[in-house]
Design a protein. Structure first.
Ligand code: COA
Length: 181
């Protein structure tokens, strides 16, 4: 899959992305907003392990976000299992050098549309730490709706915080926003 967008390109990860991946990913402010399985510091070995994983994915559900000719972040989704098979969790990150240019919003809109077009999904959801105002804004701009605040559901970086659940349905027209929690 390759999506050429005005400010970035969504395309498969490549072995040649290793150096850019390490440079953009090895940042405490990126790690602080992601699950602990996203490594910090982000080493060459971590990049090799990630690039090996995505190379073997069928079908691929994780892509690089290319900005100014190099991989500057990632976006992808994980399809649920069992009764959750029509739900996928979407996630994304960008290197700090390219924040604030509308790139995450553009990428999220495009991958959301792609996911619904190519996969038998009813729902995409995103899990956001309550302190992550930038990601909340990205989700809202992309049409995701806040459904829940799971109080004290997360401990990250030694701090307990709330987890916000945002979601968008295949046919957003059938899904009026729920009342604010
Ligand atoms: C969250 C992240 C992906 C945003 O990427 P981005 O390309 O800078 O996002 P965009 O430029 O598309 O939009 C950011 C929006 O948040 C707003 N914003 C940024 N920082 C903010 C803050 N501290 N408080 C409130 N709004 C903020 C911006 O003004 C912009 O909104 P606007 O268009 O209305 O002005 C990026 O900061 C990142 O990778 N962070 C670390 C990893 C992460 O948080 N991933 C998401 C996990 S759920």
């Amino acid at each position: 899959m390759r999506l050429s967008l005005p400010h970035c390109t969504i395309r498969p990860w490549a072995a040649t992305d290793a150096a850019a991946l390490v440079r953009h990913a090895s940042d405490r402010e990126v790690w602080r907003n992601l699950r602990d399985r996203f490594p910090h510091p982000y080493t060459d070995a971590d990049a090799a392990s990630w690039l090996g994983f995505v190379a073997g994915q069928t079908p691929p559900t994780h892509w690089a976000i290319e900005v100014d000719g190099e991989a500057a972040g990632g976006i992808g989704f994980t399809v649920g299992e069992d009764v959750h098979a029509r739900t996928a969790e979407i996630g994304y990150w960008l290197g700090r050098a390219v924040w604030g240019r509308g790139i995450a919003t553009e990428a999220l809109r495009a991958v959301t549309a792609y996911a619904f077009a190519r996969h038998d999904l009813e729902r995409l959801e995103a899990h956001v730490f309550a302190w992550n105002a930038a990601s909340v804004r990205v989700l809202e701009k992309a049409g995701y709706v806040r459904e829940a605040c799971l109080r004290h559901a997360v401990r990250k970086d030694g701090e307990v915080t709330d987890l916000l659940i945002y979601a968008i349905l295949r046919d957003a027209r059938l899904a009026p926003a729920p009342p604010s929690p």
